[in-house]
Design a protein around this ligand. Sequence first.
Ligand code: SF4
Length: 208
Amino acid sequence: MTNYQKVLKILEKDHQETMLEQFSDRSKFQMLIATMLSARTKDKTTIPIVIKMFKKWKTPQDFLKVPLLELEKELYGIGFYKVKAKNIKKLSQQLVDKFNSQVPETLEGMISLAGVGRKTANCMLNYAFGVSAIAVDVHVHRISNRLGWVKTKDPEETEEELMKVLPRRLWSKVNMLFVNHGQKVCLPIKPKCKECKVKEYCKYYQKD
Ligand code: SF4
């Protein structure tokens, strides 16, 4: 077994459902909105707001009818809520106009939508469409570099490099396991290395 496999296997044992796994039985549209809203916001803040919001509005058509100010109020507490509210309105219009109200199933289609970047699109491929992809957010970028799997400056480069070193069948596990590990143990500042179960495979730990 390679070190990549070993690390992922160890992390899998302690894995707790991430927010996107919790939303995996929702419609693709709702998953997309939840993914966008979760960017740069803690899950414990995002989840209750999103659940409450989807009780009121469920489809692109519903979101088109909501006045922007009302949507902003609903999203208050989420990082960049005003920008995100505007993007939800725009994206709903784009889906109705160009995609028959359905979330497109390709990376290119998704990143053509307002407020949807590569990370969100890859998360959707991964969690909603079951397609192998590596969604690189701050956690995945940081942990891949600390472990020494890549040596990169930004998430986009990390995605490219991870795709080179990891076999495709492991791609879908990376986001889910690293997000969880990054929230609980491999924190951005002061990672809890002593209690980390993958420390023997970690370059950052070995250097310290
Ligand atoms: S040993 Fe430390 S830096 Fe390495 S993965 Fe674990 S918590 Fe992160």
